[in-house]
Design a protein around this ligand. Structure first.
Ligand code: SF4
Length: 477
């Protein structure tokens, strides 16, 4: 790394006092620069210290639990295989009557708060266990009810094992965008993503993806693949697989867990197992000239490092890095109104509020302590993150990952050391590559200057500093 960087007359960054010369050339970075140049929006990233904690603009993303059961039994699933077993008392499928009521509640809420865009995310369990007629009824009614109040957007997150030509036609007819869950090639995917007999799901999912990609219209609705990182697998094998099958994007997710129930890789694989895995993929993606899927987690971090909020697709919480969306509300199959569904990872019955669209409007949710915590804590950094160098990029982790019985959500993420290590690594690679770039005017001088000149502080409250330093030393040297 150079000791200091100065900008020349033609806006190029050059090293000063450098005894090394960088060799990192990144097409990805060039593309991001081009994106920034072409964009009208030069919105700077929001700093956590500047976040407004007062009021709430209303809920705008509604997760609709169409089915409370699944035809798969993925080993890490927060619905079935962590602390919460409340699915057992839920009806298996949402009825048209419950759907009608929840749409009315959403319409009233959107009107009350002046929300211009409302998104419905069909979720489960496995949402394609519902009959296609459910979706025709739901989408038709939502469009009609929200007409002249808000634009309605529809998404589905599916394990894809049910997708055939009829489902694809339905998505196209109704304009439902869809994401598919897949962890990699068969030998990787089937470690965790198996059915109730322990049998492989890969073949059915792969067949569905091929069908989607060969369709004339469906690829434009396919938002990409959600992949849970497994540090016991080969990262480049996984990335290469997604490149080969031609998915448009991959969102890497860290496994769910909390300080009370941490992911087991921390005891059996190492201190920063997820970061070590992701860094290998990042380096390949960042420096390779081969085209491949959009890796939005990395693109978002680069944008944040540059101080620019890049327009990345943001339906849910991508990849567990960055600011959290405090505007999500969940409807269970029985019409129960609940906060963020992944909070089920925090404990049994954790998300149960006693509210239901059959009795309550959405405004009632504001009286709930957990909803209040969800909104407030989504916008506030944990105390232990306040002095962290990467807090504006990391955001302190997602809410379930912060949770511990003692301090509730006021903890750095259980993945803290991984997040810090990964962001430090990306920062190091980007700053090297920036030496070759003509900086676009949209990129503020100050963040870029800081990015290149500063040394990252090796500070990780959730892990002993000595250990974190040892693991970070490679990334920042
Ligand atoms: S202390 Fe850890 S969890 Fe908090 S912002 Fe920094 S890296 Fe993220």
């Amino acid at each position: 790394m150079p000791n200091r960087i100065e900008r020349t007359d033609n806006n190029r960054m050059l090293p000063v006092d450098s005894n090394t010369s960088s060799t990192v050339h990144s097409q990805v970075l060039k593309d991001i620069m081009a994106e920034v140049r072409a964009s009208d929006s030069n919105a700077l990233t929001e700093r956590w210290a500047d976040r407004d904690l007062e009021g709430h603009a209303g809920f705008a993303l509604f997760v609709v639990k169409v089915a409370s059961r699944c035809n798969l039994n993925c080993k890490y699933c927060y619905m079935y295989n962590l602390s919460d077993k409340s699915f057992r008392s839920q009806p298996k499928l949402m009825t048209d009557g419950t759907a009608r009521l929840l749409i009315h509640r959403v319409r009233d809420h959107a009107y009350e708060h002046g929300i211009p865009d409302v998104s419905f995310l069909f979720h489960g369990g496995e949402p394609l266990l519902a009959h296609p007629s459910f979706y025709r009824h739901f989408v038709g009614l939502a469009n009609a009810e929200l007409q002249s109040i808000a634009t309605a957007n529809f998404y589905i997150q599916t394990n894809a094992t049910q997708i055939d030509r009829d489902w694809i036609r339905l998505f196209c007819d109704l304009g439902i965008r869809f994401g598919i869950s897949l962890d990699g090639p068969a030998d990787v995917n089937d470690i965790n993503r198996v059915d109730h007999q322990g049998q492989s799901s890969y073949g059915r999912v792969r067949q569905a993806i091929d069908l989607v990609l060969s369709d004339r219209n469906a690829p434009s609705l396919f938002t990409g693949v959600y992949t849970v990182v497994n540090p016991r697998t080969d990262p480049l094998e996984v990335y290469d697989h997604f490149r080969q099958i031609g998915v448009p994007a991959v969102d890497f997710l860290l496994p769910d867990g909390s300080h009370d129930l941490p992911p087991d890789a921390y005891t059996s694989v190492g201190l920063t197992p997820y970061s070590d895995w992701l860094k290998a993929v990042f380096d390949e993606w960042f420096t390779s000239h081969r085209s491949g899927p959009d890796l939005r987690m990395f693109r978002r971090v680069i944008g944040d490092l540059l101080g620019i909020r890049l327009p990345v697709y943001n339906m849910h919480m991508m990849g567990h890095i960055g600011p959290h969306n405090p505007n999500i509300l969940v409807f269970e199959t029985d019409g129960g109104i609940e906060p963020l569904d992944v909070l089920k990872a925090c404990g049994s019955e954790f998300t149960k509020l006693g509210l239901n669209v059959h009795r309550n409007d959405i405004e009632s949710a504001y009286n709930s302590r957990l909803i209040d915590e969800y909104i407030t804590e989504s916008r506030r950094l944990p105390t232990g993150c306040q002095q962290c160098e990467v807090r504006d990029i990391c955001g302190g982790g997602t809410l379930p990952h912060r949770f511990g019985n003692n301090r509730r959500f006021d903890n750095p993420s259980v993945h803290c050391a991984d997040l810090l290590d990964l962001i430090a690594h990306i920062r190091s690679r980007v700053s090297e590559a920036l030496l070759h770039e003509q900086l676009p005017p949209g990129i503020a001088d100050e963040p870029v200057g800081r990015l290149i000149n500063d040394q990252i502080t090796l500070h990780s409250p959730a892990r002993p500093l000595r250990e974190t330093k040892r693991h970070l030393s490679e990334a920042v040297s």
